[in-house]
Ligand binder design. Sequence first.
Ligand SMILES: C[S@@+](CC[C@H](N)C(=O)[O-])C[C@H]1O[C@@H](n2cnc3c(N)ncnc32)[C@H](O)[C@@H]1O
Length: 224
Amino acid sequence: MEPLQYSVNCVESDCWDWDSYYEKHPPPRNQVQSGKRVARRIERFIESKGLTANSIADVGCGPATTIFDLARRMPRCDFRGYDSSRTILRMNRQKAEKLGLDNLHFHFTKLPAMAVRRRFSIVMCIATLHYVEDPRRAIRRLYSMVEPGGCLVFNYPNRAHRAAVIREAEHDPVVTRRFELVIRGGNLLSYSGIERKLGRRPRSFWLAVGEPASRVNPCVVIAK
Ligand SMILES: C[S@@+](CC[C@H](N)C(=O)[O-])C[C@H]1O[C@@H](n2cnc3c(N)ncnc32)[C@H](O)[C@@H]1O
């Protein structure tokens, strides 16, 4: 069985409260490594598609490992990290200032009702829709933030993911609390559901970057 690649090692019972979680825990090593892997994939994707990426938004950025990494390597690209945790946004701003990264900025927002009016070459949303009550509305909103010629990249909970979470939850009560929404099945998506909502057939992001598709961690790209 494939592991849930982006699960965080929660040890506190309050870890679903992201502000409190970030106050108490530095980003776990597996999340940092996973964020760096996402950065490499985004770079590969940009290269292979010959995209001109002038601006990249990371929604539900958390500690923003991916865009910190990319912002150093792509100094002419404008990076925006959005999150609903003011704690992590404050920490990220301090880190960006310390590193002198003036192409990287952070803003509060809460999916699904994001009030972001501008558009981006790439909008990504990784390991975040798992915590959002209305993911269909969220992906509509995210897609509206993509400029023509750009694309939206996101992963999401599906039925296979839910089954894997339920198995993990059997021996980890924190998983039960943290993924309560997924376990309830209230925010599951599918390829056909995404296509109905956005009017475009999603493609596997894994395949687009030359990696095997994952049933439990589907990640898609939708061009505009
Ligand atoms: C598991 S972390 C993922 C962080 C990062 N994308 C990564 O892959 O490492 C989920 C993030 O989503 C944020 N989040 C949860 N619900 C959200 C919402 N409704 N709108 C925006 N961000 C949200 C949390 O604050 C948290 O930082």
